[in-house]
Design a binder for this molecule. Structure first.
Ligand SMILES: [Zn+2]
Ligand SMILES: [Zn+2]
Length: 178
């Protein structure tokens, strides 16, 4: 999505606010596919900071992705806000991003393209271990039943933590209690 900055560029200190919208293509994360059914929407404020343009944007939408515990696909609301600098021209030999520690995008002409930076920032919000809900019960390792949908008959035997089982054994020994 391109934003016209022709007028903004003429006047240092001026700014404008534009609505932004970006569609995000499906991605694979850890072998699981993540989809985005609707475009992300939000707002970007663009400032003319003299030798550069400063973009501040907020975006929200949702991802459809599998829960890391029960593998059920669910919708996760995502929101991101970020800042990025746009500098007119081409990167010079001194403009090493790693050294400046800042995210700088170069542009030419009278428009800046926000699509890539919007997409990148959406993807940064994806959790490493998404959960369909905080207390997701996961899947029974024995029979594969989704425990959120009800207990299975093998829950009793598999739910004992081996550490507690060892402790229980220890406490039962008569001489360990003296
Ligand atoms: Zn889950
Ligand atoms: Zn089971």
């Amino acid at each position: 999505m391109r934003v016209d900055v022709a007028e903004l560029k003429l006047d240092a200190g001026s700014h404008k606010t534009v609505p932004v919208e970006v569609a995000v293509e499906p991605v694979e994360i850890g072998g699981e596919s993540v989809k985005f059914d609707r475009p992300f929407k939000g707002e970007a404020e663009i400032w003319n900071a003299g030798d550069r343009l400063l973009v501040r944007a907020t975006l929200s939408g949702e991802a459809q992705l599998p829960c890391s515990r029960c593998l059920t696909t669910f919708s996760l609301p995502l929101e991101t806000s970020f800042e990025e600098e746009f500098i007119e021209g081409k990167p010079g030999p001194d403009d090493d991003e790693a050294e400046t520690g800042r995210t700088v995008t170069y542009y030419t002409g009278d428009a800046i393209d926000l699509s890539e930076t919007l997409r990148d920032n959406v993807l940064l919000e994806l959790p490493m271990q998404p959960l369909c809900r905080e207390d997701c019960q996961g899947i029974c390792p024995t029979c594969g039943t989704n425990r959120n949908e009800g207990a299975c008959s093998c829950v009793e035997t598999t739910s004992v933590d081996p550490r507690f089982a060892a402790l229980e054994k220890l406490l039962r020994k008569p001489d360990s209690n003296s």
